[in-house]
Structure formats: C-alpha cells, structure tokens
Ligand binder design. Structure first.
Ligand code: NAP
Length: 339
C-alpha cells in the first residue's frame, strides 16, 4: 500500500479523544480503521494482553482471503492496519468507566496509570469461552480440544468427536460436526437439554448424534493429541446402566476413545466495568438499543458496541469485524450529528 495518510491527531493533555475503543480483537481493530479514516482521533485501550481469543488459536481457515493463517498473525496484521491511519493503542486494562454527568462532559476511562477522556466509546471487549477446567484440556487445546465447530470441524472428517453442553450452542456444534465426523457424542451433565425445542428436534433426528445423559468429562486423554475421554456418569441413572466402569462417590468412571472434543458450555462476556452504566442482559452481554439509524447503540448515548461482547450467536472473527465496521460508522455519524 502506498501513500497512506494519517487522518487524525492525538489530542493535547486534558482534551478528550473523539472515540475510545475498549478491546483489541477483530471488532475493535475494524472499528478503529473506520473511525480513524473518518478523521476521529481514536484511542484503542487494548488491555494488558491484546488480541483477544484469536491469540490463543492456531490455524484460521474461515477468514476471507487468509486461508490457513495463524490466529496471532491475523491479529498482528489487523492491529498494524488499525494503527495505519493514526489510531493510538495503549496496552492497558480499563479499570473503571464513567459516563458523562452534570459535572463531567466526557466519558472517563481509567487504567492503572492514567485517566482518558472521550466524546464517545465503542465497547469491543469480547467474551471468553467457558472451559471445563479438567486435566488435559489446556495441554490439548488446538490438538483435538476446540470450542468452534465452524472453524475446526473439517479437521475431523470421518472421525469420532464429542461435544459437551446442553444449550443451543452445543446443539449447533453437534449439528455442524455431523457434516464431517462419522460419529458425534453429545455429553450432557443432566437428563434434559436447555436448548430450544427446534434445535433439540434437529439433534434427536440426526442419526450421527448419540446423546450421553447424566455424564460429564473428568479428564481429556492423550499426549500429542486427543485420544479419549475419562467420563463420569451419575450412578443409579439409566445411562449408568449402559456403561461399564468403576463406581466411586456416586459416579461411574469409564473411558471412551475419541479424536476430538468441542466444549460448548457458554461464554462469559467481559462487561464487569460496564455494570449499572450500560444495560446488560441476564448473562452479562451488552444489550443493543438500536435507535435513530444507529444499529450498534447501547442504552447509553454515545456508547456503541461491537463483537462477541453483545453477539452470543455468531461469535466469528469475520462477524466481529463486521460489527466493528458498523460501530465505527455509527460513531462517525453520531459525532458529526453533535456538531
Ligand atoms: P447456555 O444456554 O448457557 O448453555 C450452557 C450449557 O452448558 C448448559 O446446558 C449447561 O448445563 C452446560 N454447562 C455449563 N457449565 C458446565 C460445566 N462446567 N460442565 C458441563 N456442562 C456445563 O449457553 P449457550 O448454549 O452457549 O447459549 C448461550 C445463549 O446463546 C443462549 O441464550 C442461547 O439460546 C443462545 N444461542 C442461540 C442459538 C440459536 O438460536 N441458534 C445458537 C447458539 C446460542 P445445564 O443445562 O445443566 O445448566
């Protein structure tokens, strides 16, 4: 690329940034590309560990134009692109967030060392996958342990895989996996799913999916890659009658050979600092309040949202980037309307 222009300048001490973007995943960096090219002074508060979930991922095969790129390389490219037009990034966590009041005209964002003022804010803090926390899980992540069937299902062609969870995400992961795997074992800790009736119906009708009720994963087995699971099934249940193993403290422990395991037990959005400032749903995700043509607006005027922190449905890098574009464009328009 030649002749890149820097469209924005850094505000003087004590002056506000046009926009502060909190987060440093695909949504945050895409938003920054749009706000800085929209001539807004743009501060990215990227966190102590910048880059989001893709920094922990190996090969990414579903980001357009980059088949096979490693997660950290994709994020480095996005960061470099975001900074190309004049956005500044601070690698610090935001520890508190204050909305404007009678005494304060601007949003106040505090890190361990500094206070930043901003005329508008884009929340792009993402969500963390909830993991099982069992032995073997950390060691084998990316080597048979995954949380994204649309990303990793093709690696399990004609293999036997397990999915853990009983919500809509688990149903969806299992259904995606049936396109590739020879057998999908859906492991759930109770004897009924919480997923919607429609999703359950699709799962029960799919001959490749076998449900293991009243069971959870005690350990993920394998050295270089996943080879099996140690399962614990609640003793005295119908399921327990169908398995053979050692009974201990109310559970039957037994092993199952498996090539991969997909954990789908929910996500935890990073929204602690926004509680009581911006409306959250019961699970802590930011609620969008689309109004006046602003699709990414939150309940707080001047605060927009992008990515997995509000999107529990798609959760993809490319959709996060798309939401970042929308939030960036909304912010540019919002500030233009204020003048
Ligand atoms: P969820 O609805 O909270 O379900 C999480 C599942 O994981 C539950 O079945 C839960 O078991 C189980 N679980 C939690 N912790 C566990 C642990 N430590 N060990 C084993 N199992 C554990 O989460 P989700 O499925 O990610 O869905 C989140 C939201 O997104 C929901 O509102 C959902 O409707 C929505 N969503 C919708 C769609 C769709 O419409 N197509 C697709 C995906 C997600 P218990 O049931 O025993 O608590």
């Amino acid at each position: 690329m030649t002749n890149v222009l820097t469209f924005t300048k850094t505000p003087n001490a004590g002056e506000p940034w046009d926009v502060a973007i909190i987060g440093s995943g695909p949504s945050a960096f895409t938003a920054a590309i749009y706000t800085s090219r929209g001539a807004l002074s743009t501060l990215i508060l990227g966190g102590d560990m910048w880059g989001g979930q893709l920094m922990l991922t190996t090969e990414v095969d579903n980001f357009p134009a980059h088949p096979g790129i490693m997660g950290p390389e994709l994020m480095t490219k996005m960061k470099d692109h975001a900074l190309l037009f004049g956005a500044k990034m601070i690698e610090k966590n935001v520890t508190s967030f204050e909305v404007p009041s009678i005494n304060n005209k601007y949003f106040k964002l505090t890190t361990a060392d500094d206070l930043y003022l901003a005329k508008s804010v884009i929340i792009a803090t993402g969500a963390d996958t909830s993991w099982l926390g069992v032995p073997g899980e950390d060691k084998l992540r990316g080597r048979g342990v995954s949380s994204c069937a649309p990303c990793d299902a093709p690696f399990f062609k004609d293999k036997k895989v397990a999915v853990v969870g009983g919500g809509d995400s688990a149903m969806e992961e299992a259904l995606v996996l049936t396109k590739y795997a020879s057998e999908v074992v859906l492991i759930h800790r109770r004897d009924s799913f919480r997923a919607s009736a429609a999703m359950q119906k699709r799962v029960f009708e799919n001959k490749k999916i076998q449900v293991l009720w009243d069971s959870s994963v005690a350990e993920i087995l394998g050295d270089e890659k996943v080879t099996g699971l140690k399962i614990k099934t609640t003793a005295g249940t119908k399921q327990a009658q169908k398995v053979k193993g050692e009974e201990k403290q109310g559970f039957v422990y037994w092993n199952m050979d498996i090539d991969g395991i997909f954990v789908a037990i929910g996500h935890t959005p990073s929204t602690k600092i926004f509680k009581d400032k911006v409306e959250l749903d019961t699970k802590g995700f930011i609620v969008k309040k689309s109004a006046d043509g602003f699709n990414t607006l939150t309940s707080q005027k001047g605060v927009f949202v992008a990515g997995d922190v509000h999107d529990y449905h798609y959760k993809q890098a490319i959709t996060a980037a798309g939401f970042g574009c929308m939030a960036g464009m909304d912010t540019v328009k919002y500030l233009a309307d204020q003048n």
